[in-house]
Design a binder for this molecule. Structure first.
Ligand SMILES: NC(=O)c1ccc[n+]([C@@H]2O[C@H](COP(=O)([O-])OP(=O)(O)OC[C@H]3O[C@@H](n4cnc5c(N)ncnc54)[C@H](OP(=O)(O)O)[C@@H]3O)[C@@H](O)[C@H]2O)c1
Length: 323
């Protein structure tokens, strides 16, 4: 039997983001299981007090800080896995990060996924997924290079993170209890909470694999639940005590919204419209088989429990648009 590998020296690129921060905190909590855990301080990015104090908590927790630019090969030396939880405007840098890290000897990548199955419906050609698709294509191309047959990757698929499903970007205004949804009340999406997504990601890092039969090129699919919009608004109304005035729009009208945003050069609006198209066409509904059973110690939190928790917490209330 071929030897099983584990990922023991981990570098997080994009540690100050929502997912990056949670990943770093989870790595710190389990640091005894790894040889090396580190985060990447991108020196080309603005240095804010908030970021510096966050990085200090990571260092105090036992993470190593690696500083440099994405083109600095030396910064990636000594790691066997790079995780890239990058924001919308940074996802396009992943091929550069991958090339620098490969040159430094890294052979495993977690790309900026943590979302839908890119291969279903029209997802592959959606604007929102453009740079995620280019990243996959780049990684898979490098994986065919004769000098890197051991190059591997992990894609984590879950649909939508529950906390994100009810924000302005998807048409939900929690301050005024109104919503404009591209789709229908029966439209479904798959939801998994961020803590569960992070917990599953950590388990996959510890999950051994072999490089035979493409065992080092992994896709995991984790499922929480798949409610309809109607069920989501029922939960929201129960938890907030407010009736939501919901308008459902023909999903295909988001095509025009996306084209208008493109003409205006408004990338964020373009991504929002593209996201609404994906959502409304059922692109974030994840189908099985799922990999939850590999890690039975994780019990995904219900949508009700997630909403209850995030409407109570002052930080997440801000994220939801309520003071
Ligand atoms: N399925 C879902 O519902 C869902 C929800 C949320 C996120 N996600 C996925 O999770 C991944 C991470 O998302 P996130 O929300 O955690 O990201 P984020 O918080 O928006 O950004 C992550 C980090 O990216 C870096 N960054 C942002 N803009 C940049 C720019 N213009 N140039 C260079 N760096 C920039 C920043 O780090 P520095 O400033 O430190 O450089 C930032 O902290 C993405 O793949 C996203 O699609 C999925």
């Amino acid at each position: 039997m071929a030897a099983q590998q584990t990922l023991d020296a981990i570098l997080v690129v994009g540690p100050s983001g929502a997912i990056g921060k949670a990943l770093c905190q989870a790595l710190i909590a389990r640091k005894a299981e790894f040889k090396r855990i580190a985060f990447f301080n991108d020196t080309s990015r603005p240095e804010t007090d908030e970021k510096q104090s966050l990085f200090a908590t990571f260092r105090n927790g036992g993470m190593e800080q690696v500083s440099g630019k994405y083109t600095d090969t030396a910064a990636f030396t000594g790691f066997d896995c790079v995780l890239m939880p990058l924001g919308n405007h940074a996802i396009k840098y992943q091929p550069t990060i991958i090339d620098s890290a490969i040159t430094a000897g890294v052979r495993h990548f977690y790309t900026s996924e943590w979302g839908a199955d890119l291969s279903v419906g029209s997802n592959w050609t959606q604007r929102y997924y453009r740079d995620k698709v280019l990243t996959r294509e780049h990684l898979e191309k490098r994986g065919r290079d004769t000098d890197t047959p051991d190059l591997g990757w992990t894609y984590i698929q879950l649909g939508r993170l529950t906390e994100w499903s009810i924000i302005k970007h998807f048409g939900v205004d929690n301050a005024n209890h109104v919503a404009e949804i591209y789709g229908t009340p029966e439209g479904k999406q798959s939801l998994l909470s961020t803590p569960d997504a992070i917990a599953y990601t950590l388990e996959t890092l510890r999950h051994p694999f072999s490089t035979t039969d493409s065992g080092h090129r992994r896709t995991y699919r984790f499922h929480g639940s798949s409610p309809t919009w109607e069920e989501i608004f029922n939960e929201l109304e129960t938890i907030t005590g407010h009736k939501y005035a919901v308008t459902y729009r023909d999903v295909e009208t988001a095509v025009e919204k996306e084209a208008r945003a493109k003409r205006l050069g408004d990338v964020d609006l373009e991504l929002e419209a593209s996201h609404q198209l994906i959502q409304g066409r059922g692109g974030t509904l994840l189908s099985g088989p799922f990999d939850n059973g590999l890690f039975p110690n994780i019990h995904p939190e219900s949508v009700h429990s997630v909403f209850e928790r995030i409407f109570k917490d002052s930080e997440t209330r801000k994220f939801l648009g309520v003071s």
